[in-house]
Design a protein around this ligand. Sequence first.
Ligand code: GTP
Ligand code: MG
Length: 337
Amino acid sequence: MLQVKEFRQPTVRDAFQAIREEFGPSAVVLESGLVSARGWRGWVGMREVRVTAQAPEGWEADTERRPAVPERRQADTPASASSLAARLAAAGIDPALADSVAAGVPAKQQRNLTADGVRQHLATYLTPHAAGAEAFARVEVFVGPPGVGKTTTIAKIAAQEKVRRKRALGVVAADAFRAGAVEQLRTYAAIIGAPFRTARTIDDMDQAIAASRQTLLVDTAGRSPKDDDVRDLRRMLGRREGVRTHLVIPADTSVSSARRIVERFADTQPDRVVVSRLDEAESPAALLTWLLASGLQISYVTTGQRVPEDLERATPEVLAAVLLGDELGVPTAMGLA
Ligand SMILES: Nc1nc2c(ncn2[C@@H]2O[C@H](COP(=O)(O)OP(=O)(O)OP(=O)(O)O)[C@@H](O)[C@H]2O)c(=O)[nH]1
Ligand SMILES: [Mg+2]
């Protein structure tokens, strides 16, 4: 008999994590929404996420758990060093990149730089690589390998827009083959108050675009039973006018894997990269240095699982901070599920 169970958790992420832990990644979501919390918390108006899920056929409980997340190491800042290049290299920045940054700064200006001065020169150098401050395109598509954080990134962007600018961006799941994946995004959209649609074909997508005057954030599947269909959709979308495609790559990806990912997704014509899971990367500098050299602009970095807090637009200052090994992230909650 198929197992069905109701999961109640404070956040969408907690609910889907509980479902995955209990029923695995192929669980089918039957129903989801926000309900009044149980007990006294409900009386004082608190709400929680309720998701009813069904275990896949033949599912047997598995006690395996994900390994603990390693702490991110802080790069040491140099106590004293003479030239800008030496100071950047001492801070853990690739020597060739450090030389390029310093090459654009007159020697006189390089003397007696404060730590802030070093940071500013690095940020200036990074400006052409940092797409973080740009306006939204009509359609922003997110592609990438399975489990890299595409759906969560979209939820964070939509929720930050709602909290900071009171603007509801539209959310489209072009990931309509996996019930659980669609429900994850639908639930986020419901909580954020963002219009939600699914699209399986390019015609569906055209209809979604025609029906909305807002920017649309489009989620795609990392992997699906109908991989070819999804690939076609991604490929066709990438060629459309007004469509900007972001390739999501985890920060702890090696340069050789990143090269393979970029090749594999070349047909989607990505023009931006989202560097995800910075919190889990011991040293994102190698990947970042390679991305800078590859000419792809970076649009966002993600720093954890919290929605919407753990997402930053990749401004020159944010990228400089990442390269220098600074902690990123908003210390306080933004008050969204
Ligand atoms: N530590 C950490 N976890 C993250 C980050 N972004 C997303 N995650 C987690 O990674 C897991 C997968 O995230 P999803 O957004 O579902 O990934 P996806 O790319 O949409 O996955 P598929 O749709 O299966 O391809 C979830 O548990 C997220 O909470 C991040 O920046 N740091
Ligand atoms: Mg997803």
